[in-house]
Design a protein around this ligand. Structure first.
Ligand code: PKZ
Length: 127
């Protein structure tokens, strides 16, 4: 499989309903929860790309452009955007979807770098 095919195949999408146990006192998704979900989907995409153990080494700028109200659906989309020697960069977008209309918009974007490691936690080639 070439790199472009691996990127296509490893694109990862997760849907969640935004329920009150994930929100803050503004009744919107807690930012730390958004970051945890972003790290998780980046981890899954990197793992599916490389099929190796990976750890997060860095997160680049994360933009919270829209708040995400309770009672909406979110979709997280993770995609490998750069393949290094032992590292991968993964972009993650979060979209908001209203439950009872077709309205959908991008709310949060960020980029994560993950490193493939061996059983001794030393970096290894990502593919
Ligand atoms: C309510 C609670 C419920 C909880 C429910 C949880 C569930 C929801 C979460 C699930 C999500 C799962 C997510 C798992 C992922 C972790 O959680 S991993 C845990 C956090 N991460 C760590 O502990 C990693 C700690 N860091 C390390 O061990 C070492 O830094 C590493 C990663 C092995 C790298 O070692 P190193 O000596 O820096 O290696 P080095 O050879 O210099 O660099 C290796 C590569 O990394 C790159 N690199 C190094 N540093 C950086 C940097 N700062 N920035 C960018 N690139 C870098 C280098 O450029 C190089 O890239 P290549 O040119 O080879 O492509």
């Amino acid at each position: 499989m070439d790199i472009e095919e691996r990127i296509q195949q490893s694109e990862t999408r997760i849907f969640k309903a935004v329920f009150p146990n994930t929100t803050n006192h503004y009744d919107t998704l807690f930012g730390g929860m958004a970051m945890q979900l972003m790290d998780e989907v980046a981890f899954i995409a990197a793992t599916r790309f490389s099929r190796r153990r990976v750890v997060t080494v860095s997160s680049d700028r994360i933009d919270f452009n829209k708040s995400i109200p309770a009672g909406t659906i979110i979709e997280l989309v993770a995609r490998v955007i750069h393949v290094g020697n032992t590292s991968l960069k993964v972009s993650v977008d979060i979209y908001i979807e209203e439950m009872y209309s077709e309205f959908r918009e991008k709310a949060i974007t960020g980029t994560f770098t993950l490193v493939a490691v061996d059983e001794h936690k030393n970096p290894v080639k990502v593919i």
